[in-house]
Design a protein. Structure first.
Length: 256
């Protein structure tokens, strides 16, 4: 897991190019749930700043933390310091953040599963103001057409059984409440846990989708020759344009 967590810096520019951003609807959902102004936020594992620009662009003073130097450099190129409320960048793993400062919002965009389970919820709660909000959002991106998805699965099979990450607590993907909502409810640190899905069905070219897969950790940790071969095989079975199931699962909770 650690190897996969630290694999993204080698493809920081591709990550920025191919990974989808986040819609305005996501910010509106978080703001409505908060029920009060969200002025400050801490971002866990900001990557190249896909979510950073959504929140900073709506007046939130974001402290964007990211342990990988190459990813953070890409973020700084794409999300300049300053802006409507200011963006502060910190090169740090979540577990290494110094306690003390508290925020209206702590959020993780497709990054929470890389944090250490021990003490995770106590640490997040400690970074929030009383009544502050935690938000976690993301989800796999896969072909919406079952036949295309099966073709990709078959092409991938000699190299990878799956390119997705299982829920850290073992919750099956078909469960009514998915991870991390399950852990949030058990943590004792949060209340009013909610799960919402924002539907997204973008269409990308075959090469764009293969480019996105090239930034997924399961492929990144393969030997280079195997990675190139599996992506070549996937590209060969894709139609010219691929409709994607890119739904965003959002979990929200309030610090007790």
């Amino acid at each position: 897991m650690t190897e996969r967590a630290l694999s993204f810096g080698t493809v920081a520019q591709a990550y920025e190019r191919y990974r989808p951003g986040y819609p305005a609807e996501l910010f509106e959902l978080v703001a409505e749930y908060a029920g009060r102004p969200v002025r400050t936020a801490l971002e866990i594992g900001a990557g190249t700043g896909k979510a950073t620009r959504l929140f900073a662009g709506r007046g939130v003073a974001v402290t964007a933390t990211e342990p990988d130097a190459a990813m953070l450099a890409e973020l700084r190129r794409n999300v300049p310091a300053g802006g409507p409320a200011g963006v502060r960048t910190v090169r740090s793993a979540f577990e290494a953040l110094a306690p003390g400062e508290r925020y209206d919002l702590v959020y993780a965009a497709a990054s929470l599963h890389w944090t250490r389970p021990q003490g995770r919820w106590e640490r997040i709660a400690g970074l929030l103001e009383p009544g502050g909000v935690f938000a976690c959002f993301g989800g796999p991106v896969r072909p919406a057409d079952p036949a295309v998805e099966e073709a990709v699965r078959t092409a991938r099979a000699p190299f990878l059984g799956s390119d997705e990450l299982p829920a850290p607590d073992g919750t099956p993907p078909e469960a009514p409440l998915r991870w991390p909502g399950t852990e949030l409810e058990r943590s004792g640190q949060f209340t009013d846990v909610r799960q919402t899905v924002i539907a997204s069905r973008p269409t990308r070219s075959a090469r764009e989708y293969a480019g996105l897969l090239s930034t997924v950790s399961a492929y990144l940790v393969l030997p280079e020759d195997a990675r190139e071969e599996v992506l070549r095989r996937i590209l060969a079975v894709l139609p010219e344009h691929v409709e994607l199931d890119a739904d965003i699962t959002v979990h929200l909770a309030r610090r007790r």
